[in-house]
Design a protein. Structure first.
Length: 121
């Protein structure tokens, strides 16, 4: 049984949910400008890394342990400062999803390192 399977699935689900949330937020739910804004482009890095996360590439998880914090910070800032209540709520949802992804990433990398350190039987 792969010890990284469960945390990896959690990370993939959280990142996929972030992609959906960010696209919906910036195009329909509470865009910065009516009709959508270019802020939707913030999903491109998430969408680009998703296949590597699905495959379980540890290097991708290591990089995203740092990069996911950008989405966490953006969610907190927009959750605290946006004038629209819907946008504030979406900011806190983004921060929550990024937090889940970050903790899942840490668990995945730790499990992968533990499995790699164990001698083969």
């Amino acid at each position: 049984m792969d010890p990284t399977a469960l945390p990896r699935r959690i990370v993939v689900a959280a990142v996929a949910a972030l992609v959906v949330l960010c696209v919906a937020w910036e195009l329909w739910l509470a865009p910065l400008k009516p009709g959508g804004s270019l802020m939707v482009l913030k999903v491109l890095p998430l969408a680009a890394v998703l296949p590597s996360l699905v495959r379980g590439r540890v290097r991708a998880f290591q990089w995203w342990s740092m990069l996911i914090l950008v989405y966490l910070c953006e969610g907190i800032v927009r959750g605290m400062s946006d004038p629209d209540a819907t946008s504030r709520l979406l900011g806190w949802v983004e921060a929550a999803l990024a937090s889940v992804a970050w903790f899942g990433i840490l668990a995945t990398v730790k499990a992968a390192r533990t499995a790699a350190a164990r001698p083969s039987a």
